[in-house]
Design a protein around this ligand. Structure first.
Ligand code: PEP
Length: 255
């Protein structure tokens, strides 16, 4: 049994005060509870502390995620954030391997793997992203491409609590473009991810790992994805920046 998850990736949007207002709006909108749906928001690093305070003061079940981490414990790594720093402001999740970090900042599968291990050593749940570029999809190599990413990203990982390792399948051509994969496209790859997880971790663990879809997910199309067997929720970019659209997606997942 996997609880559904809706996670909002704010990317490089919202100043500190704007972030606090958005977080408060989400908390208010979801004040009635979110049932068995795990809700996560990932503000920019400088907003984490403020958003954490909003969530704590409201006693909200909405969880806090960072958008990136470095795998070292501390030291001369200017500009980076260590897992213990995320922990200290209340982040219990962290996105890793997002295609924007892979594409613009050269994050590799090896980096993603090291980040996952560092986070898990601190009890922080990785939301580990994978997904193919358009040319790979057009050449029909998308399943093999993503399976290789999963194998590399999970190499040597020990998963003792499968609810604390989350994968997000995000076809790069569908992120921020308004172009969505169909629900069947998402299931094809998420199903292949699940099979790969079975091979790596065994069926029991693999059946309990959440696999999210991401890529222009919005209130109008979320239901189609959620109906699919191996899609356990969504990682949402643009539509997570407005209280009403994000809350609407959470409410769809509750049904
Ligand atoms: C994302 O960045 O993780 C994402 C899915 O963005 P969008 O929903 O805007 O496509």
């Amino acid at each position: 049994m996997r609880n559904r998850m809706i996670a909002g990736n704010w990317k490089m949007n919202k100043t500190f005060s704007e972030g606090v207002v958005l977080a408060q709006g989400i908390v208010d909108e979801l004040a009635g509870g979110t049932g068995a749906v795990d809700v996560v928001i990932a503000p920019p690093a400088v907003d984490l502390k403020g958003v954490s305070e909003v969530l704590n003061q409201a006693g909200s079940s909405v969880a806090l995620s960072a958008q990136n981490v470095y795998w070292e414990e501390s030291g001369a790594y200017t500009g980076e954030l260590a897992p213990a720093m995320l922990e200290s402001v209340g982040a219990t999740y962290c996105i890793i391997g997002h295609s924007e970090r892979r594409g613009y900042f050269g994050e590799t599968d090896e980096d993603v793997n090291r980040k996952a291990k560092a986070l898990m050593a601190h009890g922080i749940t990785p939301i580990s992203c994978c997904g193919e570029p358009l040319e790979v999809r057009e050449a029909g190599g998308h399943v093999a491409f993503v399976v290789e990413q999963i194998k590399a990203d999970t190499a040597g990982l020990t998963i003792t609590d499968p609810s604390k390792y989350v994968i997000a399948y995000e076809p790069i051509w569908a992120i921020g473009t308004g172009k969505t994969a169909t629900a069947d496209d998402a299931q094809e790859v998420c199903g292949a991810i699940r099979k790969t997880l079975v091979e790596i971790f065994g069926a029991e663990t693999a059946q309990s790992i959440r696999i999210l879809y991401g890529g222009s997910a919005k209130p109008e199309n979320i239901n189609g994805f959620l109906e699919k067997e191996d899609v356990d929720g969504a990682l949402v970019g643009g539509a997570s920046l407005k209280t009403d659209s994000f809350a609407a997606m959470v409410k769809s997942a509750m049904n």
